[in-house]
Write a protein that binds this ligand. Structure first.
Ligand code: SAM
Ligand code: SF4
Ligand code: SF4
Length: 345
């Protein structure tokens, strides 16, 4: 075990001088959807073996690690999955994380299916805001994109409820896939604009190895901006902070904003300050990492906070990931990559 010491407040930088600012915690590898771009039903069928309970970090373990990450500079925490609302009692975890010193932003990304019934409890536990994935308003398109033929209505109820209880601002993640939902984007953008939700159009990424990704399926973010801007004129907004992944635009008529995440056509690795914790306690330093660094083993073997802090800091210091920037020059993509539902996007 390496023992270089880190005291609270020390800023840890990676090989490209990037600090560690955001932590995305995947609380489960399970999901009630089978989005073909993430967990295709043919692969994740009845007999697929998800992680057994004892391999998944407990809430206490997650909260302890999150506290340690906060001492190393993490200011934003996002809960994700799989589908985080499938994890029993997730609001208890929210309450534990909400109390961590230094954490300024606590958010959760969900597919929205169970949100209407849980929004109030999440808010009361201290969650600040939610991002809900909704890729279209068209029931057929939505049904195809969630792989379950569920229409949009439950997700829409969830979004409405989240706004009502004050999980604001509500952001809507829209994965854009050429030939699948591109014809419904303008309608969705208008819907969000009218209700004050912030739509974020995400380029379809080649995460994992099982979603059959092809470059022809990627609709460049610049094209999405042009398409939406045709009917609802837009102007760019300055980035809020280093590491913000969305390029933001405001509607010129004062009707709010939208954003695009151009991870494929305009990669932003240079400013990437995100660490990811998988459900079984692996620390991943990139969405496209082929494997992670196990924190569960030392955690369960009785490592002290200081030891865990050193392990995390040492992993971060040697980080040199910039997959998206290298993607275009690669002749072959690495055969082994972590699947999206394990690390939560
Ligand atoms: N289940 C939750 C959900 O869908 O919001 C949280 C986990 S999901 C893996 C996190 C985000 O990644 C979602 O907004 C999802 O749409 C997005 N996502 C999944 N696969 C993707 C892909 N291949 N390209 C781009 N975004 C993707
Ligand atoms: Fe589930 Fe989210 Fe992946 Fe869809 S994108 S399969 S909802 S984890
Ligand atoms: Fe960060 Fe890796 Fe994405 Fe680059 S490819 S922005 S390093 S997660």
């Amino acid at each position: 075990m390496t023992m270089s010491s880190s005291v609270p407040g020390e800023v840890v930088l990676d090989r490209f001088q990037r600090p560690i600012r955001d932590l995305r915690i995947s609380v489960t590898d399970r999901c009630n959807f089978r989005c073909p771009f993430c967990m295709p039903a043919e692969v994740y069928g009845e007999r697929y073996q998800f992680l057994p309970k004892q391999e998944i970090l407990t809430f206490e373990e997650i909260a302890r690690l999150a506290r340690i990450f906060a001492t190393l500079g993490v200011r934003k925490i996002r809960l994700t999955g799989g589908e985080p609302l499938l994890r029993n009692g997730v609001e208890k975890l929210v309450a534990m994380l909400a109390g961590i010193e230094g954490v300024e932003d606590l958010a959760l990304t969900t597919n929205g299916h169970l949100l209407a019934q849980q929004a109030q409890a999440l808010k009361e536990a201290g969650l600040q805001r939610v991002t809900v994935s909704l890729h279209s308003l068209d029931d057929d398109v939505v049904g195809q994109m969630n792989g379950r033929n569920f229409g949009a209505s439950l997700v829409l109820k969830g979004i409405e409820r989240a706004a009502e209880v004050g999980l604001l601002p509500v952001k809507i993640n829209v994965v854009v896939i050429r030939g699948v939902n591109e014809h419904t984007l303008v309608e969705l953008a208008r819907f969000c604009k009218e209700r004050g939700y912030i739509a974020r159009f995400i380029e379809y990424m080649d995460v994992g190895t099982l979603n059959g990704w092809r470059m022809e399926r990627v609709m460049p973010a610049a094209e999405v901006v042009r398409l939406i801007g045709e009917g609802m004129p837009l102007e760019p907004v300055e980035k809020d902070y280093r590491g913000e992944v969305a390029e933001r635009y405001r509607y010129r008529d004062g009707g709010g904003e939208m954003g695009v995440i151009a991870s494929v056509t305009q990669p932003f690795c240079g400013d990437c300050t995100r660490a990811r914790l998988s459900p079984e306690g692996k620390l991943l330093t990139c969405l496209f990492a082929s494997n992670g660094h196990d924190l569960r083993e030392p955690l369960r073997a009785g490592a002290s906070d200081q030891e865990l802090q050193s392990i995390i800091a040492d992993v971060w210091r040697v980080r040199e990931d910039r997959y998206s920037e290298l993607r275009t020059s690669m002749t072959e993509r690495p055969a082994q990559r972590v699947e999206m539902f394990r690390i939560g996007g």
